[in-house]
Ligand binder design. Sequence first.
Ligand SMILES: Cc1cc2nc3c(=O)[nH]c(=O)nc-3n(C[C@H](O)[C@H](O)[C@H](O)COP(=O)(O)OP(=O)(O)OC[C@H]3O[C@@H](n4cnc5c(N)ncnc54)[C@H](O)[C@@H]3O)c2cc1C
Ligand code: SF4
Length: 477
Amino acid sequence: MGSPNGFIQIKRTKPHARPVDVRVRDWHEVYLSTPETDVRDQGARCMDCGIPFCHQGCPLGNQIPEWNDLVYRQRWQAASDRLHATNNFPDFTGRLCPAPCEGSCVLGINDDPVTIKNIELSIVERAFEEGWIRATPPAARTGKRVAVIGSGPAGLAAADQLNKAGHLVTVFEKSDRIGGLLRYGIPEFKIEKRLVNRRLALLEAEGVVFRAGVNVGVDLPTAALRREFDAIVLAGGAGAARDLQVPGRELAGIHFAVEYLTQQNRRCEGDEIPERQLITAAGKRVIIIGGGDTGADCLGTAHRQGALSVHQFELLPRPPESRLPDNPWPQWPRIFRSSSAHEEGGERLFSISTERFVDNGAGQVRALETVGVDVSRSGVTRLPGTERTIDGDLVLLAMGFVGPERGGLIAELGVRLTDRGNVWRDDRWMTSEEGIFAAGDMQRGQSLIVWAIADGRHAAAAVDAYLMGESSLSAIA
Ligand SMILES: Cc1cc2nc3c(=O)[nH]c(=O)nc-3n(C[C@H](O)[C@H](O)[C@H](O)COP(=O)(O)OP(=O)(O)OC[C@H]3O[C@@H](n4cnc5c(N)ncnc54)[C@H](O)[C@@H]3O)c2cc1C
Ligand code: SF4
């Protein structure tokens, strides 16, 4: 531990964001990099606790106190090595992770937790700047071939690990570009896609083969894949979006959030979207149904597109400002949170349910009929007298996902599903089909990037052991 008094003398400081009126006029990332001295000070706040609860908060088991100390001592390259020992893509998690580690930081019991996520980001960006992160292809190949289906963080982490172990890895992706939700879904203002490309270039240089535009189970029969590869990892995500089947759902102007966000991702990449397919918030009154992170991504996107107004609906009540007694440390704090997109405008409505979409007479949505609700363990109760009609001519459904898309891949492979509709796997990460493994949202259900990376690492270690009889790949620390 570098500074014995750091946690007393130094206060937590958040990363600096670009001013709202500047950032809503472009698509660049919201947050600026943090000066080295500030990162060092923040690292000095780490108490190097006897039992570092942040370890158990991080699904990757990142060795947080170790790299905090190395940063404090200005041993940045060693900090990068320590960070990469457990995390393939800290450049993704350092930007996008909700940082459950910070929720279990011991300092958080009676003070603000250490800015773990921002220190992580500063370490990896410094490592890229210094040229410490270079392609390092494996010294020897095993001759075993592995197919990874899906190029999101789970598939990429599995591919990276398996390639490191010397296997020949091909990643298949049905979209035209690699990256899963990192590419199509998560907006540019949260992660610029040049940074996804930066990692992909390294993986390619290390020998991972990417085949975009191949929908396995549709364009490419799984039988062919089984013949060609010694093992298969399913990392196809949980792409089936939850719908809202109320009267008027068929009206024009109502879209799933990911469809909307993907279109903007494509426009940022320079793709032309034909006029009649364009979904834009420009000059529209936007209603986002769903109060979570995907909804917040729609909010930030709508403001950048020039929306007239934006409302974000949430079925659940507004969370408390601080932990309730039934949500003690080191649990993830279930408190009211605002993302950078919420700082940019819009109105959040809680305990509200949509009962009908109203037609403008020409088949286009013009308003939503809503009602206040009480949500309890026994269900959702309407509160009579709280009915409202709220104008809206672009409605974005951001209510989460119900699991992997059925048909195609899953139907053809005939893998067993869980009661929740996710791909079932055993404790060796193998599905009900011999030699076919699963990782990420496809087997976990809708989750987080950090969990996808952790799953990819676990599945890779399991595949390696299956192919070689044993594995030295570490899943987590
Ligand atoms: C809008 C949005 C914003 C989010 N923001 C965050 C965030 O800020 N932080 C965070 O931690 N998490 C966030 N999440 C969640 C996070 O993105 C996911 O948990 C994570 O991407 C899951 O990784 P994955 O690799 O399992 O699947 P995905 O990232 O979904 O990737 C799966 C890939 O598999 C491909 N695929 C599927 N079937 C086939 C097939 N048959 N053949 C070929 N390819 C196939 C899909 O096209 C897709 O590209 C967000 C989710 C959404 C929707
Ligand atoms: S990956 Fe997420 S949970 Fe783990 S240390 Fe980084 S910010 Fe924390």
